[in-house]
Design a protein. Structure first.
Length: 324
C-alpha cells in the first residue's frame, strides 16, 4: 500500500524507503525462521534456607545467560520487533547431556563456573535450570515496517538505503550490511542483520561523517566497501571495514577526475565504482578489489542521470530525457 521511493535488494530480501519516508523490509523466502530464547535460573545453597535465589554479591544474576554474564529475566526477554511472534510459553528443558532431568529440571555443581550434573552430591553448593521459549519471524513474503529512529518519524525521514557486504571475507552465512541516510545528513548502519536468523536486525547505529560532508546518498559493494556522496558533491569511502569491524574506522576523500567536478550519484560494484557528475557525465573508477579508493577515473561515453551496478558487475543506467 506504500509507494516505493528507494529500494535495495540483497539475496532474498528487499529493503525499501516508502512514501512514509521510513524503512520497510520484505523477506522473499519460504524457509521459516525460528529462534530459541534461553535463560538459566540460578540458586545457591545456604544453611538456613537450603537452595534459594539469595546469591552472593559475586554470583551471577538469578536469571542469566549460560555464561552468567548477561541478566535474562524471563519477564524482560522481549521480541526484537513486531515482525516476531512467540510460538510458546516459557518452559523447562528436561534434558542435560543426554540425561533426563527430574520434573523441576535442576542441574547441580560445586560452583557456577564448574561442570553441572543431573545428580545432587554432598558438595553441590549451587544449582541451575534452563528455561526455553521459541519465537518465530512472522514477516515472510510481506512488508515489515522498521521502527523509526525518533518518536516523531517525520522529524528524521530516510532518503536513501543500500545493502551489500555478503562477500566480506569471514562473514557468516546470511550476513548483510545495511546502510541508510536521512534528510538531515545522518549516516546509519543497521546492526545485527542476518537473513537466516534476524532479517530485520536490532537497531540503527549512527556513523559519524566529517564536518561539512553530510551524506545524501550511500552505496555498498559486495565486499562491504562503502562510499557516500555528500551534499556538496564530494565522494568519500570508509576505511577499515572487516568482518570484525563492520562499520570501519575512518573516512578517505576520493579525489575527483578534475578540479571543480562535483558528483550527483554513486554506485559501488565488486571491483569498480560508477559515478555521475552534476553535468550528467559518467565516470568509472576501477581497482576496488585491491584498494578502497580504486586507481583512477575513466570518462565513459554518453550521459546519464543515474547508474547502478550489481554484484556481478552488470551496469544499468537511466538516460536523461533528451537522450535517444
Amino acid at each position: 500500500e506504500l509507494r516505493v521511493k528507494r529500494i535495495s535488494c540483497c539475496s532474498t530480501a528487499l529493503w525499501a524507503i516508502c512514501g512514509d519516508h521510513q524503512v520497510h523490509l520484505r523477506l522473499e523466502s519460504e524457509i521459516p525462521i525460528r529462534i530459541r530464547e534461553e535463560s538459566y535460573e540460578n540458586q545457591r545453597w545456604n544453611p538456613l534456607d537450603g537452595f534459594s535465589n539469595k546469591l552472593l554479591p559475586t554470583d551471577r544474576p538469578c536469571y542469566s545467560s549460560q555464561d552468567g554474564l548477561t541478566e535474562r529475566d524471563l519477564k524482560r526477554v522481549n521480541l526484537p520487533s513486531t515482525a516476531w511472534v512467540w510460538d510458546d510459553q516459557w518452559h523447562l528443558e528436561l534434558l542435560h547431556e543426554g540425561q533426563h532431568l527430574e520434573a523441576e529440571g535442576w542441574m547441580y555443581s560445586v560452583d557456577f563456573p564448574r561442570a553441572y550434573s543431573a545428580a545432587k552430591a554432598w558438595n553441590s553448593c549451587v544449582r541451575r535450570r534452563k528455561w526455553v521459549r521459541n519465537r518465530r519471524y512472522n514477516g515472510l513474503r510481506t512488508w515489515v515496517s522498521l521502527s523509526p529512529i525518533v518518536l516523531n518519524d517525520m522529524m528524521e525521514p530516510f532518503i536513501d538505503i543500500a545493502t551489500g557486504g555478503s562477500e566480506i571475507p569471514g562473514a557468516v552465512a546470511g550476513f548483510v550490511a545495511v546502510w541508510a541516510v536521512t534528510i538531515n545528513g545522518l549516516l546509519l548502519y543497521r546492526e545485527g542483520v542476518n537473513l537466516l536468523t534476524c532479517p530485520d536486525g536490532s537497531n540503527w547505529r549512527k556513523i559519524e561523517t566529517p564536518q561539512g560532508c553530510e551524506p545524501c546518498q550511500v552505496s555498498v559493494g559486495p565486499q562491504g566497501v562503502v562510499w557516500i556522496l555528500a551534499w556538496n558533491g564530494q565522494l568519500l569511502t570508509r576505511n577499515g571495514i572487516t568482518w570484525n569491524c563492520e562499520t570501519g574506522v575512518s573516512w578517505y576523500e576520493v579525489p575527483p577526475p578534475f578540479k571543480g567536478i562535483s558528483f550527483n550519484h554513486i554506485s559501488v560494484g565488486p571491483t569498480s565504482s560508477w559515478a555521475v557528475s552534476r553535468d550528467n557525465e559518467v565516470w568509472l573508477r576501477k581497482g576496488l578489489d585491491s584498494s578502497i579508493l580504486g586507481s583512477s577515473w575513466t570518462a565513459m561515453i554518453g550521459q546519464m542521470n543515474l547508474v547502478f551496478t550489481g554484484s556481478d558487475s552488470q551496469v544499468c543506467g537511466l538516460l536523461i530525457q533528451d537522450q535517444k
